[in-house]
Design a protein around this ligand. Structure first.
Ligand code: NAP
Length: 525
């Protein structure tokens, strides 16, 4: 363990190393230890108070434009250290280069997006929500809704699959809003998050207390939260339940955003034919979604709905694409799909496949090909598996179990109404994608499915070359989903700022509202 460094936490404005040995983070392909993380000995109360007061006061003293400039500076630091991030991602996340890019470059793009959006808000310190409304016959007394940055900290408890993007997609709107951030990355992949925070802190861009990191155990973090703090959780539905029922949320009304697991769908138009453009677009996207980051994306397609007559053709076409994905050590350039993040995830995905198999047939199983440069008894590598059901109406597990790996289930439907019913059995998802050449079908399906999805991604031949992809989360569009997806909302351009601001109705004289307006900018979406 001695040649395996223990990464320090940046907390209470200084670097602090755990007083115990910490937990080793492993290379998921080789099983070897890389670094250690831990937080024994940290004074949680001190760190939260430091962030809330020092970090919060300094950030709130700035305008939106000044804070947007800080985001732009963060972008430069991350760009300058990109190569190191790719090395860490390969070693600790087991991802091939193009999958690491989704996490690393996706984060940089999102920060850059918010830097621009924030600059446009100008030299204001609060936001005006809507127009003034007269409260009496005499127009001297009016109401104006204002949004002010909350005077608390933003605690992020993040999932293992996006150690980079998961931090920055949340930190960008939080810092832009003037709210200090404390991030607790998932332990398995905490190295990349820690390294990025280290680079940004060492560059001296942000005021003291604006950005803190606690690696290792989550115990006691929620206990530190006070009424004006916010917590953003990304992870499993089980842990989400613990967060939601914590007294900080249940009794102190700490604002809480949850992004949990989701059984996202792809739907092919009932009028599609084998080999037409809509069919081909669905086939390509399903294969891509199953394999990007080895299917460890909360937005990945898990359920694929095709007209009954196309079930066999779709199975064959998707299987043919998946057969072109050699799996193994991402350091070998012939490998197109790397590892899951850990052997625990390997066990969980293997168990999930077994569960799905109780209701589905195997249509394609990539495990028949050997792994490249990886020992199957050590590496957390799972080959893509396409399962299928011709009777999804009678299934339960298929609509309930999210297998967080390169796994999807193809399902046959009989008519449009049945397809919508089956999709809704996911009980609320992050995203549903539609594949059709018919704009009337697209509009109809969107109306039927929008209320149960955070995003409807509708793909037709005319947008095929420019579309952003089913699973890619873009900062200008909302990310989150109702029901079992957690009920959260992130991103969506400036909508994201709402979580970090408090809305108040100011009822006052026009004279006072005029002065207030001098330090505010309209919140236009
Ligand atoms: P997880 O086990 O729930 O862990 C998520 C985070 O919560 C980790 O940082 C974990 O720390 C922490 N944690 C664990 N127990 C906790 C507790 N009792 N109190 C407070 N924090 C606690 O989830 P995961 O296995 O890392 O993530 C996979 C899941 O995340 C998948 O189901 C996926 O669908 C979901 N996900 C959703 C989104 C989205 O945007 N909707 C994005 C990515 C992933 P440790 O790592 O130290 O245990």
């Amino acid at each position: 363990m001695s040649d395996c460094p223990l990464l320090p936490n940046h907390f209470a404005g200084r670097w602090q190393t755990a007083t115990d040995e910490g937990t080793p983070l492993l290379d998921p392909v080789k099983g070897t230890p890389l670094v250690r993380v831990g937080r024994a000995g940290l004074d949680l109360a001190e760190g939260f108070a430091f962030a809330r007061t020092q970090g919060g006061n300094a950030l709130r003293a700035m305008t939106y434009r000044q804070r947007a400039t800080l985001l732009g500076e963060i972008v430069k630091v991350l760009q300058a250290n990109r190569d190191a991030y790719y090395e860490i991602a390969t070693a600790n996340c087991g991802t091939v280069t193009k999958d690491s890019a989704v996490d690393i470059d996706g984060a940089i793009f999102t920060l850059g997006f918010y830097a621009k959006q924030g600059d446009a808000l100008g030299d204001a310190t609060c936001l005006l929500d809507g127009a003034r409304i007269r409260m009496a016959k005499d127009p001297v007394f009016q109401t104006q809704h204002v949004m002010s940055p909350t005077r608390g900290v933003a605690l992020f408890i993040n999932a293992f699959n996006f150690p980079s993007w998961g931090l920055w997609e949340k930190a960008a709107p939080a810092l832009l809003s003037g709210v200090p951030v404390i991030v607790k990355p998932a332990t398995a992949t905490a190295w990349l998050t820690q390294r990025m925070v280290k680079d940004v802190v060492d560059a001296g861009i942000l005021p003291a207390g604006a950005l803190s990191i606690v690696c290792g155990s989550s115990a006691g973090l929620m206990d530190q939260l006070q009424p004006f703090d916010v917590v953003s959780f990304t992870g499993s539905a089980e842990t989400a339940k613990i967060i939601r029922s914590h007294p900080a949320v249940a009794e102190k009304s700490v604002r809480c955003n949850i992004e949990a697991d989701s059984l996202n769908s792809a739907l092919l138009d009932p009028a599609a034919a084998e080999g037409d453009e809509a069919f081909n677009l669905l086939v390509s996207e399903v294969a891509r979604e199953m394999t990007v980051k080895s299917g460890q994306k909360c937005t990945a397609i898990r359920r694929v709905f095709v007209p009954r007559a196309l079930y066999a053709a779709a199975a064959k076409a998707i299987g043919a694409k998946l057969a072109k994905y050699p799996v193994g050590d991402p350091r070998n350039e012939s490998v197109r799909m790397g590892a899951l993040v850990s052997r625990e995830q390997f066990n969980s995905v293997t168990a999930g496949i077994a569960q799905i198999k109780t209701e589905a047939e195997v249509l394609f199983d990539g495990s028949e090909s050997p792994l490249v440069d990886a020992d199957a008894s050590v590496a957390a590598c799972v080959a893509p598996v396409l399962l299928g059901s011709k009777q999804p109406v009678n299934a339960r597990v298929l609509h309930e179990v999210e297998v967080f790996g390169p796994v999807a289930t193809l399902m046959a439907y009989d008519d449009e109404a049945q397809a919508y019913d089956l999709i809704r059995r996911g009980e609320g998802s992050l995203v549903c994608s539609l594949y059709s050449a018919d704009p009337a079908f697209t509009a109809r399906a969107t109306l039927a499915l929008a209320d149960s999805h955070g995003r409807v991604h509708a793909i037709s031949p005319d947008v095929a070359a420019v579309q952003s992809g089913h699973g890619n989360v873009m900062p200008m569009s909302l990310h989150g989903g109702p029901g079992r997806a957690g009920g959260g909302e992130e991103l969506g351009g400036l909508r994201a700022l709402g979580f970090y601001h408090r809305r108040s109705a100011v009822q006052a004289s026009v004279a006072a509202l005029d002065i207030l307006a001098q330090t505010a900018t309209p919140f236009t979406l």
